[in-house]
Design a protein around this ligand. Structure first.
Ligand code: TRP
Length: 358
């Protein structure tokens, strides 16, 4: 997604709001509630990890109340088949817990298990217009990427569903990439209109803020714009060390012998340096300097080693978790229960302000 998805002024406003949230997280996170989620389409890769998962763990550990959604109904926004959804949910939960999201401090739940959340979609749909839905740039991009000519009803309206995901639990911090900003804006509009139209100005819903990531985007190892499992240009968290080395060795680089950090002109080399830098906690420039004229072969070996070292505890934990899928699903069921309690309360409040208590 490029920067044309929202008017430039909207980006500035979102960025300022995000900066304010970051400083609140650092000084006093009480009263903050993070809502994040992923579509369960399989296991996660290092792009997810460095781009968002690690950040979520950081927020959780900083004391931000955390809600983590397994967005199963979103899987069928842009594809025709559900596939092995349960297997995908299991993989996702395994990755979540392996990276350090902690069921004691984070609530994991699934769309399909929380009816009252889904019901919020009805009043919310009444608050948005067809042109608003149709001009959402992320939805348009997803339609194009799916290679379909006709827009499905759920694809068109899922940003409204996403508003329900966020608002049902009073989520006020939503860590997202820039492609999700239109959905956060839509959510803010829905909260505002609900309060005005149906609640006589009472603040039933709070407008959430997007928390824009300070983490880098990891490109695909083939130099493609994004890591994506279907392109095979990724390192999955669940891979073993040998597979990781193999993948990194196959990564695209260039023929320049001296390694420099130059994302503009040498994106593939810069990408490996970014991965190495994320693992080592050093700047990509420092790592480039250290490699100097030893070439991309050395860069690859170093990146693979650092990555394997960094992921070792996560992978060990992952292997343990894989032994006990029942435990993973019991974590999800416990979270579903909590989510249902909160969603039912929210829906009761909505019925009340709308005069629908009979
Ligand atoms: N759309 C998000 C994605 O594709 C997943 C998601 C669903 C989400 N509901 C959400 C993200 C609510 C943030 C808030 O990754």
């Amino acid at each position: 997604m490029n920067d044309e998805t929202l008017a430039p002024s909207s980006y500035d406003t979102s960025q300022r709001r995000s900066d304010a949230l970051w400083s609140r997280i650092e000084t006093d996170p009480s009263g903050l509630r993070m809502l994040t989620g992923d579509r369960p389409t399989g296991a996660l890769h290092i792009g997810h990890y460095f781009g968002s998962l690690r950040n979520r763990v950081r927020l959780q550990d900083a004391g931000v109340e955390s809600w983590v959604l397994v967005a199963d109904y979103q899987v069928i926004t842009d594809r025709d088949v559900v596939g092995d959804i349960k297997g995908s949910v299991r993989e996702l939960l395994t990755d979540y817990l392996a990276v350090g999201l902690d069921p004691e401090r984070s609530t994991f739940f699934a769309h399909s298990a929380v009816p009252a959340l889904n019901q919020l979609m009805l009043p919310f749909l009444s608050l948005v217009t067809q042109p608003e839905l149709e001009r959402n740039p992320t939805v348009k991009a997803e339609l194009a990427a799916a290679g379909k000519s006709a827009m499905g009803g759920l694809l068109l309206t899922y940003p409204v569903h996403q508003a329900a995901d966020i608002l049902f639990c009073g989520g006020n911090v939503v860590p997202v990439g820039r492609d999700q900003l239109p959905h956060i804006e839509q959510t803010r509009v829905i909260a505002r209109r609900f309060n005005e139209r149906y609640a006589g100005g009472e603040q039933v819903f709070t407008e959430p803020g997007a928390l824009l990531s300070e983490s880098p985007t990891i490109l695909g190892l083939d130099g493609e714009h994004k890591m994506s499992k279907s392109r095979g240009n990724t390192v999955m968290l669940r891979m073993d060390e040998a597979e990781t080395v193999k993948k990194i060795k196959k990564a695209k680089t260039d023929s320049e012998r001296v390694i420099t950090y130059d994302p503009e002109n040498r994106p593939e080399v810069a990408n490996l340096l970014t991965i190495a830098s994320q693992c080592a906690g050093r700047t990509p420039e420092e790592i480039a300097e250290e490699i100097g004229d030893k070439g991309s072969g050395t860069l690859k070996i170093m990146t693979a080693d650092l990555l394997n070292e960094h992921l070792a505890p996560i992978r060990a934990r992952r292997r343990e978790l894989e032994q006990d899928p029942e435990h993973l699903f019991s974590v999800l069921r416990a979270g579903n229960e909590r989510a249902n309690e909160v969603a039912e309360k929210t829906l009761a409040r909505v019925r009340e302000v709308m005069g629908m208590v009979y």
